[in-house]
Design a binder for this molecule. Sequence first.
Ligand code: HEC
Ligand SMILES: [Cu+2]
Length: 453
Amino acid sequence: MGLLPFSAGDSPNNSTKGHGPVPNGDTPVNPTTNSSTRRRGRWPLLMLPVLGVMLLLAAVGCDSDAHQSILAPTPWSLEGAKGPVAREQLLLFNVLLWTMVVVFVLVEGALLYAAVRFRRRPGDPLPPQTHGHTPLEIAWTIVPTILILGLGVWSVIVLFELEPGKAVALARAEGKEPLVVEAVGHQWWWEFRYEDALPNDEGGELVTTANEMRVPVNTPVIMELKSDDVIHSFWIPKLVGKQDVVPTRTNKLWFLAEETGMYYGQCAEFCGTAHAQMKFRVHVLDEIDYQAWVNGWGGELAEPLSTEAARGQLVFLGAGQCVTCHTVGAPDTVDPETGDGVQRARMDTFIAYTKWLDKPAKERLLDVRTGNEPPTAFAAPNLTDLGDRTTIGAGLVDLNRETLRQWLRDPESIKQGNRMSELAAIYQTRLDHRADLSEAELSDLVEYLMAQK
Ligand code: HEC
Ligand SMILES: [Cu+2]
């Protein structure tokens, strides 16, 4: 039958014989008579729309200036990769990609050439039938084997280069320690915890922030990736490739940023409603700015609270019940027994609570009757340095007084599915699910939060 499904020239006679559901056996289809009626099909015309759609899709994905793009860093230059890890990954990707492109073009080209050049024409006799060609078969076994072995071995080498041990070695070669940052994926925001934000100084500076991490330039940074709910994936395209963030285990990766500036990150594993809005930012600062940020974190506020901000604080601590979820201001107090911070304690409570929700209803009822149910608690972004951040809603919108006010009044209008309007009591009392706060209370809250630097 026709080479392609669209070949329009088959005679009705042939097509019933060829495509009939049950061959009737008495008139077997003879390939030589079949070909005599073949005409050129209209497939190129029909392929046009398909090609158009493919080009359109390619063009849509091509905006390499966009915040997040599969083409930044671009596959054909190493410019976009802003550190050794990204560069090594990109190089491996490039060599794999272009090797495959060459193999594809050669094999597909030979196939197309043979199909067109040696196609059967009307009246052609059966061509000579041959079997095997030893040199050719040896060649096309050996060449791919060498290719695949080479690329495979190189991939494994790169994999080992990405182990955090490499970051430690790199830092120690310069007489330093690498910076270790814990990233916790939450539905749908990122928490960044530094057990020791200045690893080369005395004393462990504890810092907790959300959605915007800060790191010093030219310093190896080891990321410890954890999740408190579902699987997320940590990705900073220009600095380091993706790594899954899996509940109950700690995955690690490292990166080093060679240029100061801001880098976009994104959760790259579907994790629920607001997955696409689970972004983050990495601010790469020079050593001095970074130290200033760490030393300023959680200490005295830059300025004393204004009257409005002081009123806002009261709403934050009382009427708004924001403190049931958010930590603000004072350094993340350490629990003397576990050595963990308040935010961590809250997170553990949260995990215990969600585990408890998984228990069968009967058992939960029994727990409630006997007073054994765990306390409810929710993990939420630490707001200590909110005034220094550039976004809210996990990298979603720029932070300013208007957006902050809108977020507080109705988080859902900025980020659908967010856990704040789903769980905070002040959003449960009005029919339109907006905050049960007056305009004045909102203004005061905004002033209070913006003062957190
Ligand atoms: C039930 C717990 C809970 C309560 C109560 C709560 N929040 Fe939130 N809040 C969250 C969660 C969870 C997020 C993260 C939402 C997201 O980005 O998906 C959040 C995000 C925020 C953000 C944005 C932070 C960022 O970096 O993106 C601000 C600001 C904020 N909350 C302020 C408040 C204020 C002010 C109150 C009190 C009026 C409050 N929250 C009450 C859970 C809560
Ligand atoms: Cu996610």
